[in-house]
Design a protein around this ligand. Structure first.
Ligand code: DGT
Ligand code: CA
Ligand code: CA
Ligand code: ZN
Length: 576
């Protein structure tokens, strides 16, 4: 069992215990253990099984959790979990994912109405029964109904980062099949969508059919959904992500890659174009209608070429004008990861980061960056030990001294300054003026009405020291919608004020979304792609997600602030 799966079991039981209003101390110890295990570099199951090791040597794992881990490794569950699942159905966990309902409310609903599923909850709201419950009201019914609709939309989808990890694991495994020539992922994963529904793997070579058997017998396959002569579908891992694998002949591999990469809308448009040229396009190839001769199919490039256009990068294949642009020779020269020369949003141990300033600098140097901005939180985030004016000014001075030492990388003193409820900055402007760069972000009071939130952000971009609007919508993928505001209005104000919009590269955020990036670009916006790292390794891990999102938004290197060489960057962010 993988660390991630063990962590999930613990976290789920903690959630159920929360619904059961059990001892907070114990709940916290489960959650802490889950977070330690999830981030632990070695396999916890291996340590538990190894008689020469003690799992209690892992920091944060005590005797109680160690006993649970032994149970989990031996039988896939543990006593407390069995107990909790007797008391509450597993579907109760789903209820926790509905925004607006905390564990206390769920416990109440369970007690009074035996609500065990989302459907039950929906019915209760529609029958207006929530309003009779303690501390609930008609407004909550509305909110819960909205949250349920949103939940259903995202249910069954997974973060791109999770899809990529799973695909990489399976591809590594399948590659060991003798005679397999190629295996790669198509579908939304290849297009770089922020979430994926399922994985679409393609394989070719004489070993491709053997690979199907290897696939369906993988140790983490929970269910084989189907197995045909050249296709198999499975549910993979505890999360139950569906994965399809297709075995293909070499001569139609390119056609299949094109077809299964999608998007569906892109393919429909492309097929229409083919028909006008007297050609038919499907997953087997591109064929001339009059005489049935195959004109392309082995490679994707060959297909696009035969249709009179250059190869279109998968990130653009959403039928948003890319085919027309390709035909007219005006596809953008998309941003690449290697264009990135620095990172402008990260945290350290001074607030809620896990790496010291030195460790972050080292990680950035390993990436060959010219500069990084350290942007810890400001004082409004008291729980994260955010910086006040005094600490912030001292930090700016410290960074000036560090840069005097010739580190080979420029450190920018920065701050992720909270945007307060009224749109003013959390720290006084004269303190902010001491810093090289200020990222302004909303972290609180996200439930404002559209007009108020718009005013708040419009005021924020007027701050003379603000350079970047951080994670502009506040969304958390598969979890929380962004707050509502007039995006075009705020983006236009940002353009006028020379404030960049962040593409937050954390795979849970990807905020702005690709669609918003494209809208803002049309308004003349400039962007910063930043990892929001809370750990040194995130500098490397997150950036590709930000770049993918930018590419999906049609961005070129010139649209992005942190592709600039250090001198030009310092010019671009200088004080008026
Ligand atoms: P997902 O899995 O929901 O994140 O999104 P996709 O784009 O991976 O969609 P999926 O897995 O249903 O199908 C993969 C690709 O296969 C899709 O992007 C285009 C192609 N495809 C699937 N079904 C159809 C179809 O009915 N018509 C056409 N033209 N293409 C299809
Ligand atoms: Ca898919
Ligand atoms: Ca699929
Ligand atoms: Zn933030």
């Amino acid at each position: 069992m993988q660390n991630r799966e063990i962590a999930r079991l613990l976290a789920e039981v903690a959630d159920l215990m929360e619904i059961g209003a059990e001892d907070g101390f114990r709940i916290r110890s489960y959650r802490n253990a889950a977070s330690v295990i999830e981030g632990y570099p070695e396999s916890i199951a291996d340590i538990v099984r190894n008689p020469e090791r003690k799992v209690t040597d892992v920091p944060g794992i005590g005797k109680g959790i160690a006993a649970i881990l032994k149970d989990v490794v031996e039988r896939g569950t543990f006593d407390k979990r069995d107990q909790m699942l007797e008391k509450y159905p597993p579907s109760a966990l789903e209820l926790l994912k509905i925004q607006g309902l905390g564990p206390k409310s769920i416990a109440l609903l369970f007690e009074h109405h035996q609500v065990g599923s989302i459907d039950d909850l929906e019915r209760l709201c529609k029958e207006q029964k929530l309003r009779d419950m303690p501390r609930m009201g008609a407004k909550l019914e509305e909110k819960v109904l909205r949250s349920i609709a949103q939940y259903r939309q995202r249910a069954g989808r997974f973060l791109l980062s999770f899809g990529q990890r799973t695909a990489a694991e399976l591809i590594d495994y399948l590659k060991q099949t003798p005679g397999l020539e190629k295996v790669e992922a198509a579908g939304s994963l290849r297009r770089g969508r922020d979430t994926v529904g399922d994985l679409d793997l393609l394989a070719t070579g004489p070993g491709a059919e053997t690979a199907l058997d290897r696939f369906t017998t993988h140790a983490r396959v929970h269910e084989v959904l189907g197995r045909g002569a050249n296709k198999a579908s499975v549910r993979f891992g505890l999360e139950g992500l569906q994965v399809d694998l297709r075995a293909l002949p070499n001569e139609s591999y390119g056609a299949a890659l094109q077809y299964f990469t999608g998007s569906k809308e892109h393919n429909v448009n492309l097929r229409g174009r083919a028909l006008k040229m007297g050609l038919t396009l499907n997953e087997y190839g591109l064929v001339r209608l009059e005489d049935g001769v195959r004109v392309a199919g082995e490679t994707e490039e060959g297909i696009y070429e035969a249709l009179g256009m250059p190869w279109i990068p998968p990130e653009l294949r959403e039928n948003c004008g890319e085919i027309e642009a390709a035909l007219e020779g005006r596809l953008p020269k998309l941003l690449q990861l290697s264009d990135m020369r620095g990172d402008l949003h990260m945290h350290t141990t001074a607030t809620d980061g896990r790496g010291t300033l030195e460790e972050m600098v080292e990680a950035a140097q390993a990436l060959g960056y010219e500069y990084i901005a350290i942007t810890d939180h400001s004082k409004a985030l008291a729980m994260s030990n955010g910086l006040d004016e005094t600490r912030s000014v001292a930090f700016a001075k410290h960074v000036r001294e560090l840069n005097g030492k010739g580190l080979g990388i420029r450190i920018l003193s920065g701050l992720e300054c909270d945007i307060k409820r009224d749109g003013s900055m959390d720290l006084a402007e004269d303190a902010l003026a001491e810093l090289d760069i200020v990222v302004g972000s909303v972290h609180s009071f996200m439930n404002m009405e559209t007009v108020e939130m718009t005013d708040r952000l419009l005021r924020a971009v007027e701050s003379p020291n603000l350079r970047i609007l951080g994670h502009p919508t506040g969304r958390i993928l598969l979890n929380r919608e962004g707050y509502p505001f007039d995006f075009e209005g705020v983006a236009s104000a940002a353009v006028r004020r020379g404030v960049c919009l962040e593409i937050n590269a954390s795979p849970e955020r990807l905020d702005l979304s690709a669609a918003m990036v494209r809208t803002a670009k049309a308004l003349g916006a400039r962007f910063a792609i930043s990892t929001d790292s809370h750990h040194p390794r995130s500098l490397r891990v997150n950036m590709p997600f930000g770049v993918l999102t930018a590419r999906r938004g049609w961005l070129q290197a010139s649209d992005v602030l942190n592709t600039l060489p250090v001198n030009e960057l310092m010019q671009a962010i200088r004080k008026p």
